[in-house]
Design a protein around this ligand. Structure first.
Ligand code: DP6
Length: 314
């Protein structure tokens, strides 16, 4: 058995749309951060066929076939894989579980075959499972340029040690439509899609410079535009896609209020109703209290530091 673990990689500037669906190449450049507080752990055994179990439930391996075929080609094997994955956070709920899941899976599957891949090759393999997983191979801050085969490290966790992400989980329920299907519908039907793809590189460059300078306000401004514009493409799709819940709006208003009070707190969202707020370590108490007050009944917000990259765990 081979074991690997990875943290989800939260996009601060979003990958949303594919330049090439068959090769799963991103249409927009993205920049993400590893979330130390959340983890996926994957165990893999060589077997006669493929089977996948996530958090104790058997899932259809069809979604995994192109990825597993690529692993077999790379490792020169005909073997099947028995896969058992566990997330210590809700799966498929907009918390980037596919990023950590496929990063850990790429590492565990190749290790089970006795192959040793460098980070770039591992990232390219993980991308075939989920493009956001290409970033999750790396710790700290990582970028996945538009059309890129693999992600690249931008800055290690130690480069911005006081940065925190406060995560408000509005609901643990799985999202109504997966991000893959949603971004394909957007590409086919949303008049806002072309503008999104054209405009994304500017926000990306802004965010890259902000991370290099550890400038939270500049990063926050780019983050905010990135997720709002991503959701604009979804609202303009046919039929429209809307992940937000009433609690989401209450949380967004609470973060805006914090900023009005002078707290550097900047939110982002993914394909789901959860709200993640980037701030400095000294402000996490205030941010978590504001999020809890805005969404009573939800579980307590999770506070995360910047995490490491994928690692073999056995
Ligand atoms: C909104 O990486 O899950 O989280 O490549 O089709 O598997 P596939 O998509 P996936 O999409 C992530 C979308 C996002 C933004 C991001 O993580 O960059």
């Amino acid at each position: 058995m081979s074991v690997a673990a990875a943290h989800p990689n939260l996009a601060l500037v979003k990958y949303w749309g594919k330049a090439d669906a068959a090769r799963n190449l991103p249409a927009t450049p993205s920049l993400g951060v590893s979330l130390d507080a959340l983890s996926s752990r994957v165990e893999v055994w060589l077997d006669t066929g493929d089977s996948v179990e996530i958090d104790g439930r058997s899932v259809d391996p069809a979604r995994y076939r192109p990825f597993l075929a690529a692993v077999r080609r790379r490792c020169g094997t005909q073997s099947g894989f028995r896969i058992r994955a566990r997330n210590d956070f809700p799966s498929a709920a907009g918390l980037a579980s596919s990023s950590s899941g496929f990063a850990a899976l790429a590492s565990a599957c190749t290790a089970a075959c006795g192959a040793r891949l460098g980070d770039a090759e591992l990232s390219a393999l993980a991308r075939l499972g989920s493009a956001s997983a290409a970033r999750a191979v790396f710790g700290g801050f990582a970028v996945l340029p538009a059309g890129a085969e693999h992600a690249q490290p931008l800055a290690p966790a130690a480069a911005w040690p006081e940065l925190r992400v406060v995560i408000a989980v509005v609901t643990a329920a799985a999202k109504p439509i997966g991000s893959r299907e949603a971004m394909e519908r957007v590409r086919r039907t949303s008049p806002a899609y072309d503008g999104w793809v054209r405009d994304s590189p500017r926000l990306y460059e802004e965010a890259v410079a902000a991370v290099r300078d550890r400038d939270l306000t500049r990063l926050g401004g780019a983050m905010r535009k990135s997720y709002h514009r991503m959701f604009a493409t979804m609202l303009a799709a046919d039929p429209p896609i809307r992940y937000w819940l009433p609690e989401t709006l209450a949380l967004l208003a609470a973060v805006e209020e914090l900023r009005a009070q002078g707290v550097a707190a900047w939110e982002t969202m993914d394909a789901g109703p959860q709200v993640k707020v980037v701030c400095a370590d000294g402000d996490t108490g205030r941010v978590a209290a504001a999020l809890a007050a805005a969404c009573p009944g939800a579980r307590a917000p999770v506070i995360s530091a910047v995490g490491a990259g994928v690692r073999r765990a056995g």
